[in-house]
Design a protein. Structure first.
Ligand code: SF4
Length: 247
């Protein structure tokens, strides 16, 4: 039996997909986003292990809320694709119970080859929606912001388009880091090539996770960065959706 390593569970989430969601935060991430508000999910060996049956049993009491609100189960992280096999099993159990499934991922570890591809295909068969974090369209700035290339992420976005998997694109707006006009235009142009995108969400940068960095003894690199203004958020949304290409 495949066991999953999870960080925590949120039973009535409302921001990670449609309706009321049972959100499972998987443990482990290879990226190191400078704005990460869950650095306690990074450690691949942290968290606790569970079986899918334990999770399915725990979520049972919340199914009426999910059904009534048009919600379901979201698996987030950390990076859920690192444990794609477990998530596929969990989602299979959800689909057997007619529960909507959403995968909140950066796609950062996607290779598209061999066994991993077979597992990801199995996972996508039982995934109703992917919440795909596109962090930066510029390769160099992406490396600087997350510590890794964006090549796998963009490949994963194209792969989801090929598979016609419904996607919501999410972009964390960090003033001075991810709000450059040209970058937003380029990101918007890339998103436009993906016919499976149903929605684009701007996630305003915030500092709610700073205490976790401190608790882990880590230096928080964006301490001087303030959240974006409403106007900045609106501007980014209009550019990403192609409704405004110049300021
Ligand atoms: S991908 Fe998510 S969990 Fe991983 S470092 Fe970035 S924000 Fe944090």
């Amino acid at each position: 039996m495949v066991r999953g390593r999870i960080h925590s569970v949120e039973t009535c989430g409302t921001v990670d997909g449609p309706g009321i969601r049972y959100v499972v935060f998987m443990q482990g991430c290879l990226l190191r986003c400078q704005y990460c508000h869950n650095p306690d999910t990074w450690d691949l060996k942290g968290g606790k292990t569970v079986t899918r049956e334990e999770l399915l049993q725990d979520m049972e009491g919340y199914v009426p809320y999910m059904t009534f609100s048009g919600g379901g189960v979201t698996v987030s992280g950390g990076e859920p694709l690192l444990q794609a096999e477990f998530v596929a099993e969990l989602f299979k159990g959800c689909k057997e119970r007619d529960i909507h499934t959403a995968l909140d991922t950066s796609g950062g570890c996607f290779t598209g080859h061999g066994v991993q591809r077979q597992i990801i295909d199995r996972l996508l068969e039982v995934t109703d929606l992917v919440l795909l974090d596109l962090k930066h369209i510029d390769e160099a700035k992406h490396r600087c912001l997350t510590g890794r290339s964006n090549a796998h992420i963009l490949d994963f976005a194209r792969y989801l388009a090929e598979k016609e998997t419904p996607v919501w694109i999410r972009h964390v707006l960090v003033p001075g880091y991810t709000d450059d006009e040209l970058d937003l235009v380029r990101l918007g142009q890339f998103i436009k090539t993906l016919p499976n995108v149903q929605k684009i969400e701007i996630l305003p940068y915030h500092q709610l996770g700073v205490h976790k960095w401190r608790a882990l003894g880590l230096h928080y690199p964006l301490a001087d960065v303030r959240p974006p203004t409403d106007k900045g958020i609106q501007r980014a949304y209009l550019i990403l959706t192609g409704k405004r290409t110049t300021v």
